[in-house]
Design a protein around this ligand. Sequence first.
Ligand SMILES: Cc1ncc(COP(=O)(O)O)c(C=O)c1O
Length: 392
Amino acid sequence: MNFDQIIDRSGYPTFKLNKAQLTEHFGSDEVLPFWIADMDFQSPGALIAALTARAQHGIYGYEYKTADYFNAITGWYRRRHGWTLDSRQLAAVPGVLSAIAILIDQHSNEGDGVIIQPPVFFEFRSVIRSNHRRIVKNPLKLVDGKYQMDFDDLERKAAEPENKIMIVCNPHNPVGRVWTREELSRVGEICRRHNVLVISDEIHGDIVYPPHRYTPFVSLADELAQGAVSCLSPAKTFNIAGMVDAMAAIPNEDYRRQFRDFAHRYQINKTNVFALAAVETVYTQGDAWLDALLDYLQANINFLHTYFSENLPQVKLVEPEGTFLAWLDFTALGLDAKALEKFLAQKAKIAVSPGYWFGREGAGYARMNIATPRSVLQAAVSQLTASSINLC
Ligand SMILES: Cc1ncc(COP(=O)(O)O)c(C=O)c1O
């Protein structure tokens, strides 16, 4: 594994490099791209070998999930996170967002409220809206440089009878918090008191920097787990989002049956032979690769910290506890949301996600994907510094 290696992705329809998309969002395709949340690194060698062998077999017919497949998943969560996951609680879905959409459909009615914690992953808003539910905001608070949940506000929002669901981003995209067991338990208790279903999006759960620890929501006390669903996926961890395979861990038997019925009704409980091979391989052979990745990402974070404090002190990095997304604080530049967006895209020529995409609470900030070779990050911050000279 050589995370410094630059790998050309332009030979494939890579979303991050799509010229039309870049032009639409950043006004030009001549920008360094740090926006889409996948990595510029190759997946583990063991995975590439397993997929190559699978491809060479030449028959890609119907397959089923074996005991080895489920043991690989449960073994991973036991080893990495100290969690004994009962694989009978798992329901298959194409992606985490599909699981969220199904749960919204099943546990609320049109017009009901779904609580989210902005600034937060913008697709939550889109799924809520496309299911004709209302977005209810429980904004995070920034206290001494660290984002916190506002539990008093959450209690009020959860108490409104038409608010039926809360989506927790655990760990949180874009601010990088890895919620503690205590914080998640408080969320669980509030939601339980008011009969609000907790959907915990845990797609970033493996990308966590010590001493922080990811807590699967459904590993909390059983009375809280019964009112919650954890959405799990190897997509971010091993850079296999394009495999399209995820799962929902649903401890509550009734909810699980309803969920499976829905997936069956629409025939979306399928998988594909490559995903089957991939999941089993990464969860049995991916540990060393992930450890090395986490070291590299931590070094990228350290690099940004040092760079900004030495060269561009107006820009601050909100310390990420997890995820490969850096939440950059540009408020000291004194630009409004649109002016900052224009400055980053047109002057610095870097495609980072403007903070307001994550809700107006994110204005003045931007999210930068740091899962890229350090030399690429270096190029980006140099462009940023060169273009900031006129601003300071
Ligand atoms: C928090 C979060 N949830 C879900 C997704 C998308 O998941 P999927 O592709 O499995 O639907 C992303 C992708 O960036 C994400 O950051």
